[in-house]
Write a protein that binds this ligand. Structure first.
Ligand code: BG6
Length: 512
């Protein structure tokens, strides 16, 4: 892989948690793989009254805890790396001219021969995005010319909280930066298994002919977390599962599952195809929301012998909160490939385990030659793409049991990433930061895609906000969500796939 050109990575909101847990450990992993530019600096900008040394110490601690396991104890390398880290305090108000930032950047630029190549990472609350980009523009740090070097802006989530705010945010960013300079991060696109979906689909000849309404019965995505909201109650209560997971991460996964083959592997072609998927999402009418979307909130329970509090008892959560910690949806893509194929997606906190997977359920054989179908014994084929944990791909198919007669058993053909024992799997932020430095936006969300996704969830948001008859279902912590979510699935005896066996004894373990 090529190495990026020399550059300076400026992080706004550098004293925040994300920088210490994800960004700097990700950069350090790249450093260890010799994937950072030959000469680079990380320039932290924030309100906290820190010095270079305080910043370096805090980041060294972050690296020792959150970098790839094999890199955490590399003391000499960590010490060397943190000497590339610098800090600039913008004072508690965070306002004022960016001339001092520009001067500081110029010094670093001279020292590291960065040729004006700057990444700006906005790891601040969204309310600061506009003020920061305008301040950068006031001192001319936004424009790209041959002489100035490149200027790229990475924008952290949340990208708006509804369609209108996302449109406004796009408009604010476009006042000062061109769309080609803007990299909207969605860490799900940085996950190896999500990217592998493109390779699985478009580097193999045998699956694509089946990947459509003629052979697929339904598509199901589960993204479960066993943890609750923890100390993030204050943030989470203003968000909820629909915004926090579905509108962004899971719709991006749908984009990968649903897209047509791009004409080339360029950011424009790939993202043109995912946008088409988002635009094909059939919008709900207000009266459809209640029958196609189920929301829920975890309630107090005992999970594997431990008492667990309910969502409304969490720190920072009002005791009459109507924020969903679970959402299950059924919807359709209105296009030739997917006409009439139901898509089911569910995500939630405090479910029995942590697992994210895509399941493609194929249609049953047109004639049941070997008798009636028996669940778990003579099932239609299923393809399971496990995004995490135990990343891999599994195909379920039917075999004859040896011996007399024709007894059938559903068996697995599987691939686990862990089988590639000598292959390093980069963390999502690490991959995405590298792509931005290389100028490759394929795995970043484009402005029109983000708006199309918000447009799809708008009727749900409106119904929940305005229609008092919309129900919020409780589910005991440690269960698979409200039982009403089962009613979403079409067909007699049909249910979600329950991916885990022996949960009680295996704890977090979830078998592919
Ligand atoms: C974040 C959400 O974007 O994604 C969190 O804000 C969620 O609430 C997290 O826990 C899930 O990410 P991952 O990579 O652990 O699946």
């Amino acid at each position: 892989m090529e190495r990026p050109e020399n550059c300076i990575i400026t992080i706004f909101g550098a004293s925040g948690d994300l920088t210490r847990r994800k960004l700097v450990p990700g950069l350090f992993n790249l450093y260890m793989r010799k994937m950072l530019p030959e000469r680079f600096a990380v320039f932290g900008v924030s309100r906290s009254d820190w010095t270079d040394q305080v910043f370096r110490d805090s980041m060294a601690e972050g690296i020792r805890t959150f970098a790839a396991k094999e890199n955490r104890d590399k003391t000499d390398d960590i010490n060397e790396f943190i000497h590339h880290l610098y800090y600039h305090s913008v004072g508690t108000s965070g306002t004022g001219s960016y001339e001092p930032i520009k001067a500081h950047l110029r010094e670093l630029d001279d020292q590291y021969r960065a040729a004006g190549n700057y990444v700006y990472y906005l790891s601040t609350p969204p309310s600061a995005f506009g003020p920061i980009t305008r301040s950068l523009a006031e001192v001319g740090l936004n424009t790209e010319t041959e002489e100035s070097g490149w200027r790229r802006l990475i924008v952290e989530k949340p990208f708006g909280y509804d369609l209108e705010s996302a449109r406004k945010l796009n408009a604010v960013l476009h006042e000062t930066f061109q769309e080609e300079q803007i990299y909207r991060i969605d860490h799900y696109l940085g996950k190896e298994t999500v990217q592998n979906m493109l390779v699985f689909r478009f580097a193999n000849g045998i699956f694509e002919p089946l990947w459509n309404r003629n052979y697929v019965e339904r598509v199901e995505i589960t993204s479960a977390e066993s943890i609750g909201v923890g100390s993030r109650g204050g943030y989470y209560d203003g968000s909820g599962a629909l915004r926090d997971m579905f509108q962004n991460h899971l719709l991006q996964v749908i984009g990968m599952v649903g897209m047509e083959s791009p004409s080339s592997f360029s950011a424009t072609s790939v993202r043109n195809e995912t946008v088409k998927v988002f635009k094909s999402l059939r919008r709900y009418n207000p009266e459809d929301v209640a029958t196609n979307v189920v929301r829920g909130q975890y309630t107090a329970s005992t999970v594997r012998g431990e008492p667990v509090r309910g969502y409304r008892q969490e720190e920072g959560v009002p005791d009459d909160s109507m924020t969903e910690t679970y959402v299950g949806l059924k919807f359709y893509l209105d296009n030739w490939r997917w006409a009439k194929v139901p898509f089911y997606v569910r995500t939630g906190k405090r479910l029995p385990t942590r697992v994210t997977e895509v399941v493609i359920d194929f249609k049953k054989t047109p004639h049941r030659l070997f008798g009636a179908q028996k669940k778990g014994i003579y099932d239609p084929n299923k393809l399971i793409i496990r995004i995490q944990p135990d990343e891999g791909i599994l195909m379920k198919f039917n075999m004859k049991l040896p011996g007399g007669g024709f007894q059938i058993k559903t068996v697995n053909m599987d691939f686990h990433y862990s089988d590639l024992s000598d292959v390093y799997v980069p963390q999502a932020y690490e991959r995405l930061l590298l792509d931005c430095m290389l100028g490759d936006a394929t795995l970043y969300a484009r402005g029109d895609a983000v708006e199309a996704c918000w447009d799809f969830v708008k009727p749900i948001q409106d119904a929940w906000a305005n229609d008092k008859s919309m129900k919020m279902f409780g589910y005991p912590a440690g269960t698979w969500g409200p039982k009403e979510a089962t009613d979403l699935i079409e067909g007699p005896d049909q249910d979600w796939r329950f991916p885990c066996k022996n949960l009680a004894s295996d704890g977090e373990y979830c078998e592919l």
